[in-house]
Design a protein around this ligand. Structure first.
Ligand SMILES: [Zn+2]
Ligand SMILES: [Zn+2]
Length: 320
């Protein structure tokens, strides 16, 4: 039989069977107190029955409908406050990375999680990334996709996008070339420039000896719209064996880079998702086409988790 009670009276008299489950009791008590504070009657019996058969986390979840039933307006106000308390910090580190911190309300967190979870699934048999790494990759991929598809509001008619400034020598991957400049980032490597240059808009800027701009060429798409459409029809999704990321979530990758004489036509292009494109350019993997047109992947000789500073020192010593 359902009964009503004031939270204060119940707070001093926990239900006997719930005493052994302390976190559950604390949750029950907080819910009773919250409903009481908002001047509503608390129907305890339905919740107590669930307390005996639910895990703590499940019971915590079940308390929220009781709160809402007790005071819908108070519940909405509490959620509105949590939205007002949203925060996100992106703190740059010495090594150029960023540390993320912050807090989201329930709906904001669920929205982000709903968007990230499908992108954070394992991509093929070789994908041995742990869940935190996959979620972080998914967040970057989500941002990159929003920029690529022009979903971010433009500023002064300028579409928001990554803008890289690189010397011609850097683009060609020549030794001794300087690192490239990217807004909000430390200078980036020639390998990253090569990945971004695979499928981008390119603008030639000529500088004089004092670094003053003397000529700016017209912006040119490396992979034309018609070539890209044909590539989408042929590959349909990321071409990496076992990966099914759809075409509109991929970049056109040059098997032989155009800076090294590779042609920008279908025979030299394949679609690659964010992760696999990164693996080919910066992760040390090789992607080759055999005589029958099948793609072969070759692992890096040294796994990425052994690319430590000590590892590099060791390699240098070996080379000497
Ligand atoms: Zn590429
Ligand atoms: Zn892929």
């Amino acid at each position: 039989m359902a009964s009503s009670c004031t939270p204060c009276r119940r707070a001093s008299r926990p239900p006997p069977r719930a005493r052994s489950a302390t976190p559950t009791w604390r949750c029950w008590h907080r819910t009773a107190a919250w409903v009481g504070e908002h001047g509503a009657a608390f129907r305890e019996d339905p919740l107590l029955e669930r307390a005996l058969e639910s895990s703590v986390s499940r019971f915590r979840h079940l308390c929220h409908p009781a709160r809402h039933a007790g005071d819908p307006d108070g519940y909405a106000q509490e959620q509105a406050l949590l939205v007002a308390e949203r925060s996100l910090s992106l703190t740059p580190c010495e090594d150029g990375g960023y540390v993320l911190g912050g807090k989201l309300d329930a709906v904001g967190g669920a929205t982000l999680r709903t968007a990230l979870e499908p992108l954070a699934r394992r991509a093929g048999r070789d994908d041995d990334r742990a869940k935190p790494r996959r979620l972080a990759d998914a967040l970057v991929e989500l941002a990159e996709h929003a920029l690529d598809t022009g979903r971010i509001p433009s500023t002064a008619s300028q579409r928001a996008h990554l803008q890289v400034t690189a010397a011609f020598e850097t683009l060609l991957g020549k030794s001794g070339a300087p690192a490239a400049e990217l807004e909000f980032s430390l200078p980036i490597s020639a390998r990253t420039v090569a990945r971004l240059a695979c499928d981008c808009n390119l603008t030639r800027v000529l500088l004089d000896a004092d670094s003053a701009v003397i000529d700016v060429g017209r912006s040119k798409r490396v992979v034309s719209g018609s070539t890209r459409r044909a590539l989408n029809v042929r590959d349909r999704h990321c071409a990496w064996p076992g990966c099914d990321r759809p075409a509109n979530w991929t970049a056109a990758h040059h098997l032989r880079h155009w800076t090294r004489g590779g042609r920008t036509d279908l025979s030299n292009l394949v679609l690659l998702c964010h992760r696999h494109h990164w693996m080919v350019h910066e992760g040390g993997w090789q992607l080759l086409k055999d005589d029958e047109g099948r793609l072969l992947t070759i692992r890096p000789p040294i796994p990425l988790d052994r690319w430590s500073y000590r590892g590099r020192q060791h390699l240098l010593l070996d080379a000497g």
